[in-house]
Design a protein around this ligand. Sequence first.
Ligand SMILES: [Zn+2]
Length: 288
Amino acid sequence: MKKTCFVRIMCAAMIAAAFILSVLSFGGCSKKTESRVVPVLMMHDMNDSGDTWSISEDGFRRIVGLLLKHGFTPVSVDDLVSFVEEDGTLPDNPVVLTFDDGYYSNYELLFPIVKELEIPVSVFVKCETIREDGNDTPTGAIKKMNLSEIGEMNSSPFVSVYSHTHSLHGMNTNYGPEERESALPLEGESEADYKAIFARDCERAEEALGRAGVTEFTAFSYPEGKSCEWAEEVLAERGYKVTFTTEYSRDNVVTKGDPSSLRLLGRMNINDDATEEVLLQYILRAKP
Ligand SMILES: [Zn+2]
């Protein structure tokens, strides 16, 4: 009798302990799933030149290898949105891989690699320079993708194509005589005038990408990372959920239920000079 009683007490104590432990661990886990720090890597052309704005095929494979080696998992922009706005999940150490400007090398060299490795990448196209189907870029100019190539990439499960503006890239006079610095307002420009121009540019980019079969305009990357509040407001009104700058020092903390955490995400430029140490400094900096 005494033995039975002792067993019952021990069982009750063990069940209570298990319950307390499960509550504690559930509390810890649920807290952990609320936010993720998401490093974002920015690349451009793919070639062997070794310049600041290019990465070689081998260099890209090396970077992906390092990310996987250190426990990072490439995720898509849609994965971020699903995590923040829906009941989607993210791995413990997500990382986003982005390519700006819409270089032909993204189609020719990058596309086969991402299909082989089965990793998601986001490509931000400067729509003004999309090559017309069947037309080669004049000799000496840097070749950009045409509509068919963009469409083919975007229909792959591993590539999402988004806007990097239509005509607001670099110093430009595309919407008036005064020179504009990328997508920033001019000195003294009114909010209404700026917003009308920026919205028109978004429209033109969406039309161009639409001709390539792109229908989801979820994300936007600011040329040279130069963002402003008015542009953010226009993008939000048009349904863009994720925006990217080039701010290296920002820790991108995306939080469930907080759509503002998907805006103005910083990025690190990656090229063939990026050593393992430099990459780790960025991706591990804010690791929880
Ligand atoms: Zn650019």
